[in-house]
Design a binder for this molecule. Structure first.
Ligand code: ZN
Length: 550
């Protein structure tokens, strides 16, 4: 039996958690999708309407994974549909250390975690007996189990939202969100060909804030994430003739000191600052040891967005790449003069003019200089990478080969983006739909207070980055084109459904169970709220969406 009755819900959650659907994986992720499909297929409604339950292969996926779409149609014929969404994959269990092997067995894991040292807040929660620990309990199999249970109730007529109720469950969310990117064309087709009207998409990711901020929450939007890169080329020289060259190391160092964690660059929305640029990696691009100084270096970052669009960010990246070079050259000049004074012999001192190109400009330059040869250059660049090379390595190889083929004079920087890209979705009450979603959140808040004595916080943005990024797009087509033109491998290594995404304009909310420490060894879910109160509030959200938006 599937229902939101707490014992049923709890069992279903444990069954989902038991399947180690670590992303990316062919076996685990397919197993969980199959389990969800089979669970729904047993419901009499889907036996009567097999076309309303679909296991959809992800086009072009090298792990041959699937997404699930299921819809329970309302007795009154209507196009109005509320969509519940979630991801079936989880992150790995390395963080669980010696308890790694029991992480998918939450009851055992919760017993055993008492024997190891955990942070004081987690310890307090453990001692309360109200929290269940384990991989995926919070992020996000309780949310998935709840959505499935509500769908099952709707299929039996035990819950009548007076509109169609659909679920969308995807894989790969914890990796590149390939599941949701593959679902975008599916949703567009459901709108266009099957005439469904999605009133709203409610994601069921768990609450994200920790510490004093922790508590049941409903989120009006979802934060964006973009991954900028910087490539710098200095001038090679033998270390014995140091000042005849320009080392790339100080350039990338100046960049990192200026940018990493700097609140001046943090994005702002309604007076709130969101996390700053954080460096993910920096490295040189040399392949062997020699007495030549470091000539080429890269750094790449993650940046969370609440308002800034790609065009504005790209301009900022260009300015930063220019400033980093200027600072390194200024330092070079000062050091070279100092050396000459010390050395007395007057070592040669060069003068440098920094330049910056966006990746798009570099490609354009190459196309105008090399015409059809560009394709060959890019193929050679790709062939120079080892077979297991990821999108990042391939991107930097493409830049190196293009810059060499164009004979660019160092020093210079190239800036652009790396996959994946999550555009932000915000609710600023800009139109009727956004205002209606705000009202929905307020109604659910009222019910939480009135019926359950719970203070459900209404928050601006889900800060954990989510698939809600792909239910619509806040900017114009040109913003997507800006990313596309400046992201090496766009359309080949990274498939982004640019046309179909612009067809979607589905209002969003995130209402998930109350969890803590996603991705950590202390990932846990608050059982009393998540099993007893949350399902009621999620149903209320569906009802209110239909009332406000249908
Ligand atoms: Zn998640």
């Amino acid at each position: 039996m599937i229902s939101t009755q707490k014992e049923h819900l709890y069992r279903l959650m444990l069954d989902l958690v038991k399947i180690p659907s670590v992303s990316p994986s062919k076996d685990g992720e397919n197993k969980v999708a199959r389990f969800v499909f089979d669970t729904l297929a047993e419901l009499p409604y889907f036996r009567r309407h097999p076309d309303d339950l679909r296991l959809i292969p992800m086009a072009g996926d090298r792990y041959e994974r699937h997404i699930i779409f299921a819809i329970v149609r309302s007795a009154k014929q209507t196009a109005d549909t509320v969509l519940l969404m979630g991801h079936m994959d989880v992150v790995g269990t390395d963080a669980c250390g010696s308890l790694k092997d029991t992480a998918f067995d939450p009851e055992e894991y919760t017993r055993r975690i008492a024997d190891i040292e955990i942070n004081p807040e987690a310890k307090k929660d453990l001692d309360s007996g109200e929290w269940l620990f384990g991989r995926g309990v919070s992020d996000m199999k309780t949310g998935v189990a709840t959505g499935l249970s509500i769908l099952a109730e709707a299929s039996r007529g035990d819950f009548d939202p007076r509109a169609n109720l659909a679920v969308l469950y995807v894989c790969d969310e914890e990796n590149n969100s390939g599941g949701m990117l593959a679902a975008v064309p599916v949703l567009a087709e459901l709108q266009e060909k099957e005439g469904l009207r999605f009133l709203a998409c409610i994601n069921t990711e768990p609450t994200f804030a920790g510490g004093g901020q922790a508590g049941p929450s409903i989120y009006l939007g979802s934060i964006g994430k973009i991954n900028p890169f910087f490539y710098f080329a200095g001038k090679e020289t033998h270390v014995g003739e140091y000042y005849e060259g320009l080392c790339a190391a100080p350039i990338v160092s100046h960049l990192n000191i200026m940018l990493d964690g700097n609140p001046d660059y943090a994005d702002m929305l309604d007076g709130t600052a969101y996390p700053p640029y954080g460096c993910m990696r920096q490295h040189d691009l040399r392949r062997e040891y020699s007495a030549t100084i470091m000539t080429r270096a890269v750094a790449f970052y993650s940046y969370l967005t609440a308002r800034k669009m790609p065009g504005e960010i790209l301009t900022e990246l260009k300015e930063l790449a220019m400033e980093a070079q200027k600072r390194a050259i200024e330092q070079y000049d000062q050091f070279a003069r100092g050396y000459m004074e010390k050395n007395g012999s007057g070592a040669a001192c060069s003068s440098w003019t920094p330049r910056v190109y966006t990746f798009g400009e570099l490609v354009q330059k190459a196309e105008s200089m090399l015409k059809d040869e560009v394709r060959t250059v890019l193929e050679k660049a790709d062939a120079s990478c080892h077979p297991g090379a990821d999108e990042r390595e391939r991107a930097f190889a493409a830049i190196e080969h293009l810059a060499d083929a164009c004979g660019l004079q160092p020093p210079f920087g190239v800036v652009g983006f790396l996959p994946p890209w999550y555009p932000h979705r915000t609710n600023r009450g800009r139109n009727d739909k956004e205002s209606a979603m705000r009202r929905v959140a307020e109604k659910v808040h009222e019910k939480a207070t009135g019926d359950h004595g719970v203070d459900l916080k209404i928050r601006t943005l889900f800060e954990g980055v989510s698939d809600l990024s792909y239910c619509g797009f806040e900017g114009g087509a040109e913003e997507i084109r800006t990313v596309g033109a400046n992201l090496p491998g766009w359309g080949t290594l990274y498939r982004f459904p640019e046309e179909d995404l612009l067809k979607l304009d589905i209002p969003i909310l995130n209402l998930g169970p109350f969890g803590k420490d996603a991705h950590k060894n202390t990932e846990r879910i608050h059982l009393p709220y998540s099993m007893e109160i949350y399902p009621d509030l999620l149903k209320e959200t569906v009802v209110q969406v239909v009332r406000s938006l249908a």
